[in-house]
Design a protein around this ligand. Sequence first.
Ligand code: ZN
Ligand code: ZN
Length: 258
Amino acid sequence: MLFDTHAHLHFPEFADDLPAVLERARGVGVRWMLTIGTSVEGSQAALTLAEREPDLYAAVGIHPHDAAEADEAAFEELRRLAEASDRVVAIGEIGLDFFRNLSPRDVQAEVFRRQLDLARRVRKPVLIHCREAHAETLEILRVEGVPVAGGIMHCFSGDAEVARRCLDLGLFISLAGPVTYPNARKLPEVVRLAPEDRLVVETDCPFLPPQPYRGKRNEPAHLPITAARVAELKGLPAEAFGARMAENALTLFGIRST
Ligand SMILES: [Zn+2]
Ligand SMILES: [Zn+2]
């Protein structure tokens, strides 16, 4: 039993064969999936999909790449979506991306702050995207505070020191495909130092497939590879620790495990 805490199943990459993608995921024990919005339209699509599939949940938010498009109407619509349905279990993905810089950095920071505030108002956890911007992201979180409902540092890419600071802020750490790569230099140490009750896994599909599928489209059915690697680094049995990480996610998102 696994929970894919970060997928983009409403993206066009899955438009042609989503039913088969979901069946393959269910067939390998991926019992819950969270599809993550990156724009207002994407957040609407994420919710529509989550309302159709019983094992899918949605997160609504504006990605730092799209921050330049965020206006008052966009924040208002995100708030409406977040309150419209209990299928929306988080605000995300939000944060800073100073690697691609598709939106100006100060705009990214302001849109990140606004969405932290939104999460606080609607009492939902945040899903944080952080690329090449660890110092700035941690500083915003220090000043603004992590919303009471908590959050996840998704596709964690920092070192042990960044991990410690995220854990101190009460955040969960999510590992994606890169933890399976032979050159995943800092990630094994991060996994070993994080407490068992603060780790979750994700695919970030269609991006970042685990090692055997590199170069191909990723999908939730590949999650067991990443989960098994995390369990191996922890020195724990794969199935039991996968289920443990699913429980962590269910608790954070306030979903009852049935
Ligand atoms: Zn991301
Ligand atoms: Zn993502």
